[in-house]
Design a protein around this ligand. Sequence first.
Ligand SMILES: *[C@@H]1O[C@H](CO)[C@@H](O)[C@H](O)[C@H]1NC(C)=O
Ligand SMILES: *[C@@H]1O[C@H](CO)[C@@H](O)[C@H](O)[C@H]1NC(C)=O
Ligand SMILES: *[C@@H]1O[C@H](CO)[C@@H](O)[C@H](O)[C@H]1NC(C)=O
Ligand SMILES: [Zn+2]
Length: 603
Amino acid sequence: MGVEEARTGEAYRRFDIALAEEDRRSTQRKKIIFAAVFSAFWFSARYIFEHPNFLKSTFNKASKELLPLLWNNEAPSSAICPQTTALAPVKNSGYLGTLEAEYATEEFRLQAYESLGGAIRVPTIAYDDLAPPGQDERWEIFEDLHAYLEQRFPLVHQNLNKTHVNKFALVYHWQGSDDSLKPTLLTAHQDVVPVEPLTVDEWHHPPFSGYYDGEYIWGRGSCDDKPGLIGTFTAVEELLRIGFKPTRSVVLAYGIDEERGGISGATAIRDYLLATYGENAFSILVDEGGGYRVTDDVIMSTPGVAEKGKFDVRFEISAPGGHSSVPPEHTSIGMLAHVIKQLEDNPHVAHLNRSGIYYNLLQCQAAHDPGLSPRLRELIQRSLKSHLALSALEAELAKSDRLFGALAGTTQAADVIRGGVKTNALPEHAEVIVNHRIDIHSSVGALKKRITAVVQPVAARLGLDLDAFGETVVSNAGQESAGQLKISDAFGTALEPAPITPMGDSGPFKLLSGTIIGVLGASNRTGYDKKTFIAPGMSTGNTDTKHYWKLTKHIFRYGHINSADSFNGAHTVNEALRAEGFIEAIRFFTWIILNADESPLLE
Ligand SMILES: *[C@@H]1O[C@H](CO)[C@@H](O)[C@H](O)[C@H]1NC(C)=O
Ligand SMILES: *[C@@H]1O[C@H](CO)[C@@H](O)[C@H](O)[C@H]1NC(C)=O
Ligand SMILES: *[C@@H]1O[C@H](CO)[C@@H](O)[C@H](O)[C@H]1NC(C)=O
Ligand SMILES: [Zn+2]
C-alpha cells in the first residue's frame, strides 16, 4: 500500500466512524453535565451541611438520574422488546376448530403434501434473460401451473375473481361483506431458480420430482416459494369448503419472476393493484421471508420488517488502443485492477445502530432467549447505554456472526468483469460491475458520494478523467489524459432501503405477532410446547415486496417455516421441506385470514 493510498484509506475510515464520533461527543456532553452538577454540588457543600434534608434529596436525584448516564443500567426486558399475547379468532373460532381438526388427519396431510409435490413438478423457472411475457416461449410453462391450480383448487376458482396480470402473474380477489375494511393481501411467487445441470446427480431425489419420502417433500421450490403459493391456496380452498364467508376481502397475488427481481411480475401486479384498489389500500401484506426457529428453550419468530437497498455499479475504463508491443505503463485492465483494489482496501465498516432493526433483534434475543450466552447477553444489555459495550459487542459479533457485516452495514462485491479481446491489441475498454447491498440507515445518494470519494484519488493518480454518476469529478483538461473512468448505475435499477414497517403498538404488527404466537402455541408438533417471542427480522436480500411499498405501510416478509424443516436451504441442491412443517404453514395462513377478518387491529 502506497503512502497516498494509506492516507485515503485513513480518510474513509474517518468517514465511516461518523457515528462513533457522534456517540463520543454525546458521552463528552454527559461528562460535562456531570462535572457541572458535581461542582455545583461541591460549592454548595456549606449550604448542604446546614440543611441535611436537602443533601439527602439531592443525592437521591443524582443517583437516580445522573449515575445511569455514566454507568450502565439495565432496563427490564419487557420494556425493551415488549411482546403481545396469542391472538385466536373469536367470531370465527368455529371455522378454525373445524379446520384444525381436519388438518390433523392423515388424509388431509397426504393430500396437502401431494398438492405441493404437484406444483413442484411444474418447473416454472425464471431465467435472468427472459424476454417480456408473450415474447419468450419459456414463459409458457406457467400455463401448466395455472391449469394445475385450477384443477387442484376448484372452489378457489369458482368463488374468487382471478385476473391475469402481464399474462402469467395472478391476482385473486375474494370479496368480503364489508367494503369499508381494507383487504388483506397475501403474496407469493410462482417461479423458482434453475437447477445447475452439473449438480443433478447430487440430489437425493430428482429436483422436479415433488417426491414425498415419508418425511420430506423434495424439489426445487419446495422451500422457496411454493409453500407460500400452495399454502395460501390450500387455506382458502379449505375455508371455502366449510362455508366461511369473509367480512374483510382477501386478495392473493402471485409473481412470476421474483428470482430475477420481479421485473415482469411484481411490477405489473403493483400497477394493477394500485389502479384497482389505490395507494395504501391494503390493511396488511404478508409475503415470503423470515420464519421461526425452535430451540431447547424458546421459539423465536422473525418477521421481516426491513430490507436493504441494492445498487449495481459499473466502473468502465476507456483508454487508447494500439499494439501490445508498445504498451503504456497501465492498460485499461491494469487501471481497472487499481480501482478494484482501492474499493476492496476501503470496505464499508459495519456498525450497530441503536435505532436499527438488527440492534432491536439483538435486544429481543437478550430479553427473551435464555439460550443466549451470558457474555453476549450482558454485552447486548449494557450496550444500550455504554459506548464501550457497544464497541465490544460489535467486535464480538464481527468475530462470531458470519452475517454481521451484511446485517449491520453496506456490502460491496465485485461480481462481473469484462475487458480485452486479443493478446496483440491493447484493451480499449474494461469494466467491472460491483454489487452493493445498502445498509437500511443509508441511501443510494450517500453510497454514490462514498464511492466517488474512494475512487477519485486513484483516477487522479492514473491521470484518468473521472465521470461519476454523470458528474465530472476529475478532469485532466490541458494535460494528456490516460483515458476515462466512468462510474454509473449499471442497469438503472438502484433501490433505496425499504421503509421500515411500523412495529410496537402498530395494529398490523400486533395482529401478525399475536397470530404467530397463537398458531405456534396451538401446534401439537413435538418440541413446540414452549414460549414464542417475536423479534424484528431483516433479510440481506430483497423479495417482490420491493415493488409494493405504495400498497401498504404494513409489509411483512414472513413465511411460517421452521428453519430446521428445510433440508438444505433454498437455491441449492437438495431443496426439500419437512412435510409436517408445510402443515404449519397452512395453519398459519388459515389463522391469519380468520384473525384479520374479525380483528379491530386492522383498518
Ligand atoms: C442510525 O439510524 C438512524 C435511523 O435510521 C439514522 O438516522 C442514523 O443516520 C443512523 N446512523 C448511522 C451512523 O448510520
Ligand atoms: C391438537 O390435538 C388436540 C387434541 O387431540 C386437537 O383437538 C387439536 O385440533 C390439535 N391441534 C392441531 C393444531 O393439530
Ligand atoms: C368478479 O368479476 C366480475 C367481472 O369483472 C364482476 O362483475 C364481479 O363483481 C366480480 N366479483 C367480485 C366478487 O369481485
Ligand atoms: Zn423466494
